[in-house]
Design a protein around this ligand. Sequence first.
Ligand code: A2P
Length: 423
Amino acid sequence: MSANAEVLKQHLIDPEICIRCNTCEETCPVDAITHNDDNYVVDATKCNFCMACISPCPTGSIDNWRTVLKPAAYSVDEQFTWDELPAEKEVDGGLLEAEALTPIDAAEAADDEKALELDSSQLADPLSGAQVPPWSASHPYVNLYGHKAPVTATVAGNFRVTALGTDSDTHHIVLDFGSTPFPVLEGQSIGILPPGVDARGKAHHARQYSIASPRDGERSGYNNVSLTVKRVTTDYDGRAVRGVASNYVCDLKKGDEVRIIGPFGTSFLMPNHPNANLIMVCTGTGSAPMRAMTERRRRRVDLNEGGKLMLFFGARTQRELPYFGPLMNLPKEFIDINFAFSREEGHVDGAPKRYVQHLMRERSADVGALLQDDNTYFYVCGLKGMEAGVLDALKDICVGRSIDWPALHAQMKREGRLHFETY
Ligand code: A2P
C-alpha cells in the first residue's frame, strides 16, 4: 500500500450528465460536494469515499473516477471550469490504473487518516428516505437520452392548473414523444434543456421535473408524459428573478418542440403488488408524482387489487392548489384526501400556519394504523422544509401508538417504503 500511497482514484462528477439536482451535496456526510452556477464538484481533500452519494444520484453522473497523483488531484476551482470530464491520464512513473489506490483501498487509508477527524454524526446515514425501490416496483429505464443526444418532444397541451389572479402560476404541460421510445414509471423525472445560452454564453443546464402522468401516458395508450411546473418569479429570498426553465416551460405553445433528457430515478417508484397502501404527502408542484401514482391506481381500480390511498396536500390557498378540481372529483372510497391551506382567508400574518404535517397529526389514528401495515409505502415530495416536519409528525404518531419509530424508520428505508423528493 505504501508504494502506491501517492496515487488516488479521484472522485469526480460528470458535468455533461449531471442535472444539478443537489441530491449529492445534500447526501454527502462530510460536505465534500459543493457547487457554483456551473458545476457540482467533489473536493478531493474532503471526500472519504463513503459512497453515500452514489446510489441517490438520479443520473449516475456522480460515479466517475480518475487516477491521479494525490498532490496533483483536480482542485475544486478547476472542476468548476469543466464542460466535460478530463480524459484518464497516464500517471507519472507509469503506474497502471489497476495499481492505483481503489476507492475501497482509499477508503481504508482515508479511514486511517481521517476517521479521527469525523464525529459520529458525520458518519451516520445522512438520508431520511430509502435508496431502494419497493420490492414490487417495475424496472425503471434511466439515462436513455443524454445531453449529447436529447430526444425532441412536441407540446401537446399547456394548461394552467391554479386559479387566475393568484401568485402561483402553475401549468400542466403534455409532451408527446411520437414514435421515439420514452418508457417511464410514476415517480421518475425528466430533464428539460432550455434553448439559448446563459450570461457566460454557455448552454443552459437541464432542469429536472417530476412526471405527473402514469406509465401508460397522460392519455392512456399515448406515448406522452405530463409535467407540473410553477413559474418562478422570485428567488428564495423573495427577490424578483425570472426562472429560465420554468418560464420557458410555462410559456410553451401547442406544437412547440422541446429537448428532453432522461428518464431519471430508480427508487421513488410505486409498488405493484396487491394491497399496497400509499400515503402521499406533497406541497405545490410536489403533487406531480402523487398525481401519477393516483392516476395509475385509478386506471386499475376495476381490478380490485386492494390497498388504500391517503393524500396530504399543502398549498397557500385552495385557488393555488394544482389540480384542485379534478382531485375533488375522485370518489372518497378511492382516495382519502386531506388539504392543508396555509394562507386561506382569515389567516392573520404571524399566526401559526396549517401545514401537511399538522394534518398528519390530526389523522394520526389512520396514519398510525397504516404505518403498522408492512404493505404501506410513504412518499413525500415538495418543499425541503416539509421533510423535517413530516419526520417529526411520523415520530410523534408512532410514539402515541407505542411503535418504535427509529426501528420502523430504518425498516421502511431498508424495504424501499419511505421516499423523499424535496427541493
Ligand atoms: P407558506 O408559504 O404559506 O408558509 P408554495 O406555494 O411556496 O409552493 O408552498 C406550498 C405550501 O407549502 C404552502 O402552503 C406553504 O406555506 C407550505 N409550506 C411552507 N413551508 C413548509 C414547511 N416547512 N412544511 C410544510 N409546508 C410548508
